[in-house]
Design a protein around this ligand. Sequence first.
Ligand code: HY3
Length: 369
Amino acid sequence: MAAAAAAAAAGGRGDGDSRRLPPRSLAEPALHTVEMHTGGEPLRVVPRLEAMEEAAATGLSLLALRRHMAATRDHVRRALMLEPRGHGGMYGAVVVRGGAAADGADLAVLFLHGSGYSAMCGHAVLALGRFALDYGLVAAPQRPETAVRLRCPCGPVTAFVPWDGCRSGNPVRFHSVPAFAAATDVAIDIPGHGRVVVDIGYGGTFYAFLSAEQLGLDVCSSKTRELVSAASAVTEAVKEQFKLHHPESEDLAFIYGTILTDGKDAFSEEPTTNICVFADEQVDRSPTGSGVTARIALQYHKGLIQLNQSRTFRSSSTGSLFTGKAVKATRFGDYNAVVVEVSGEAFYTGTATFTVEEEDPLKHGFSFK
Ligand SMILES: O=C(O)[C@H]1NCC[C@@H]1O
C-alpha cells in the first residue's frame, strides 16, 4: 500500500486498482470524508483533520480553534467547499475529538461553508448525530435512542438519535442552545426595495426574518435567483443598520443570513415555507435547523405558540421538512430564551478521498457568481 501511494505520488503507473490514490502532492495529506445530506442540504464530514487535532491538544477552546483554522488551514476549507471538489451550496463539518474544544462532549465540530465558518448549523447537527453513532464516537450507544453531546461554536447541543444496536436511523432531533428574539419589528431601509420590517432571532446564530411579500416576492413561486438577491440585500442592510449583541461572545455577534418566509407565523398544523440565504448568497436546501430554532423563539416571544406545540417548516428549494417546538423556557444573559427541539432526517450518500496536485493552479478551489 505504501509503495502504491509513493508510486501514485510520484506519478507512476499503478496496477489498475481504481481505489488507489492518484498522483498527488505529498505536502498536503489526502482528505477522507463521509458525505451526507439532511433535507437535501449537503454535509461533507471531515472525521479527522490532523492539524486541528494537534491544535486542539494544546488546549484551545473551540472558538479559538475556529480562528486558528481560518488563519492557518483556510485552504482546506476552500478546497473542500468550492469547485471543483465542492459547489456553490456545499457545507462541511470538521470533527474534533477530545481536548478543551470538546469540553466533555462526545465531539466538537467546526462548521464550514463557501465563504467561512459558522457558529451553528442544525442540519449538520442532525447528520453528525448519526455519524457519531455509526463511526464509534459514542462509547456505549443505547437502544432505542442515544443522546449525542456535541460542542458547537455557539455552545453545547444534544442530538437524540435512533439506534437499533447496529446502525443509526431517523428521525434525529436536537436540543438547541438557548434561543431568543433579539429584536422585533425593526424598520430597515433596503436599497432598491424601500423600507421593510424585520424580526431578528438567535438560534445559535442570528438571522433576519421577514415575509417575502414585503419584497414583492413569493417564497413558493418566485425565482430562487430573485429571492437570493433580495435576501442578501436585507442581510447587508441589517449589518449596517442594526447593532447585534450576544450575551457571551463578540465572536458570535454577527448576522449570518436572512430567512424569507410565507408570513405564516400564527400557529397552524400546516407547514410554513421558508428559504434561508446565508453567508455569501448560499441557499440552504433544508428548512435550516438554526433558522427553525430562531423562528420558534420569535414565535414564542410573540405569544404565537406555546411550549411543546410543534410546527412544521418546509424548505422552498427542495420541499424537505423539519419540525420544531420550544421545550423549555430559560434565560440567556438579559434575554428571555427557550430551548428548541428540531427534528429532521439525515442520510449518507457515500465517502470520498480528496487530493491536490502541487502544480494545479486551482488546487484550493474557485467560485464565481
Ligand atoms: O441547518 C442549519 O442550521 C444550517 N444549514 C445551512 C445554514 C445553517 O448553518
